[in-house]
Design a protein around this ligand. Structure first.
Ligand SMILES: [Zn+2]
Length: 236
């Protein structure tokens, strides 16, 4: 009897240790993801891609996303400023903070494509110059072609923070990794925060190159047949 009790006790201790280890691992994963978001947020701020509380970033973990809270500045946000939101229900697990007012389109991106692991929304100056002038960002530079793909979607101005904007983003993100929100900014998606950030930078650098070329008087585009070649050889 005593032997059985000892054995059961051992098993119970082993089980709770495994459970503890699993919980610890899950926490470490969440903390690591939040710390990556903190780092990317500070880079965005340092590069001047947003100002003040503008812009918002998020990353997926399992069935939830971690997103910047409402009112936090990307440049000074710490791990506690990223809140957990269930992707299916949109419910935020924080009692203290509300998620960014642009949560709707972040949720729409994750809901639409399973390969999306991060969403970055910024207000880059040169992307906005293109958006305001209604100039498409495609076939401008090899860098943007490789990083983002052959085209960047454009959405007419829709009031920020609305479900209407989220619904337009949902349609556009189906076939695009970057979306220009006219008179507002840019949304870039990626498998992880690093890829979404690289796409943000590639888009802004292509827009800057275009604006500089325009100032100098002449612009040109990557020939259509070269784009075709790029599409055909992609994945080789
Ligand atoms: Zn915005």
């Amino acid at each position: 009897m005593r032997l059985i009790r000892d054995e059961m006790g051992k098993r119970e201790r082993r089980y709770s240790k495994t459970k503890e280890r699993r919980q610890e691992k899950a926490m470490t994963g969440e903390e690591a993801l939040k710390s990556r978001l903190v780092e990317i947020g500070r880079r965005i701020d340092a590069l001047g891609l947003t100002i003040g509380a503008g812009g918002n970033i998020s990353a997926r973990r399992g069935e939830a996303m971690f997103i910047k809270r409402k009112g936090a500045h990307l440049g000074s946000a710490g791990a506690r400023d990223y809140v957990k939101v269930d992707i299916l229900s949109g419910r935020c697990s924080s009692r203290r903070f509300e998620p960014s007012s642009e949560s709707y389109f972040h949720l729409a991106c994750y809901g639409k494509r399973k390969d999306i692991g991060a969403v970055i929304h910024t207000h880059p100056v040169f992307i906005n110059a293109l958006g305001i002038s209604d100039i498409p960002l495609e076939r401008l530079t090899y860098e943007s072609l490789v990083s983002i793909g052959t085209s960047v979607a454009r959405i007419a101005y829709i009031r920020p923070g609305t479900r209407r904007l989220a619904s337009s983003v949902e349609k556009a993100v189906r076939d695009h990794n970057a979306i220009i929100l006219k008179n507002h900014g840019l949304i870039a998606v990626g498998a992880d925060p690093g890829e979404a950030m690289a796409r943000t930078m590639a888009a802004e650098r292509a827009a800057l190159s275009y604006v500089c070329a325009k100032v100098m008087g002449r612009t040109s585009f990557i020939p259509g047949k070269e784009v075709l070649h790029f599409i055909c050889s992609a994945g080789e």
